[in-house]
Design a protein around this ligand. Structure first.
Ligand SMILES: [Zn+2]
Length: 244
């Protein structure tokens, strides 16, 4: 497979969680960068041993999502609002891979920069959609090839995944790569790469986290645990139960 690359950035000082009350009385949680400082992030290729998409899918709490944003960057926006003042309602829409995406927020001041904070509800919605997608197609490999092909093409289409062909110069060699335009596009490509490798997804018998097994994933095809840590912990629990 041609390597998929991502040139991205993350906010050096992380994000803070804010809760805003909408005029309807409902509350919206948003993540705003603590500062405008950024670090460059480069992913040279997809790593099926620890794909970023599963890091997102395995988030549970608000703190997990904030940590994810800090470590891997936002899904789609490079420009994110760092304003302290947000007035008016935040608009966002659930339930599809189309627009608006992770930001999903129109600044009431309608400033030309069109920067948005990250709406955590949207991020969670996106994580759930990806989780659903993985469950539908990658889970224990029970879907037939024809359906998979149709499904994956539909996904790349709906998600408007863009990858650009280019050459890069690394270690005195030239390499042909496909450059993803956003972290979200990169994550969708991770899902497609897992399919191409004929890996399957399952969840850990101990911690319930989703992980991949089979070719290129660093795990045997019938692995029950996501990591050695979980395997050893499960063994200890079993042994302790036997010892009683
Ligand atoms: Zn585990």
């Amino acid at each position: 497979m041609i390597p998929i690359r991502l040139n991205w950035q993350r906010y050096t000082d992380g994000f803070q969680l804010q809760e805003l009350r909408q005029s309807s009385g409902t509350k919206v949680k948003i993540a705003e960068p603590r500062s405008k400082r950024t670090d460059a992030l480069l992913h040279e290729a997809i790593n099926l041993e620890d794909p970023i998409v599963l890091r997102l899918v395995n988030c549970e709490t608000d703190a997990d999502y904030i940590k994810f944003l800090h470590r891997f960057g936002t899904l789609e926006e490079k420009d994110v609002s760092t304003s302290d003042e947000i007035t008016g309602d935040i608009e966002f829409r659930y339930g599809s891979f189309g627009d608006p995406r992770s930001g999903g927020y129109l600044h009431p001041a309608a400033d030309a920069s069109n920067k948005s904070p990250i709406t955590l509800n949207m991020l969670r919605d996106r994580a759930l959609s990806l989780h659903g997608l993985i469950k539908e197609t990658l889970w224990t490999g029970r879907v037939d090839t024809g359906s998979k092909v149709r499904f994956l093409n539909e996904l790349m289409d709906k998600a408007k995944v863009v990858v650009r062909p280019c050459f890069v110069h690394t270690a005195d060699k030239m390499q042909f790569v496909l450059q993803a335009d956003t972290l979200f596009a990169f994550m969708v490509m991770e899902i497609t790469a897992a399919h191409e490798a004929e890996a399957v997804a399952t969840s850990c018998e101990r911690c319930r986290k989703v992980f991949l097994t089979g070719p290129l994933t660093g795990r045997r095809s019938h692995a029950k645990y996501c990591s050695d840590r979980c395997r050893v912990a499960a063994m200890r629990t079993r042994n302790a139960a036997k010892g009683k």
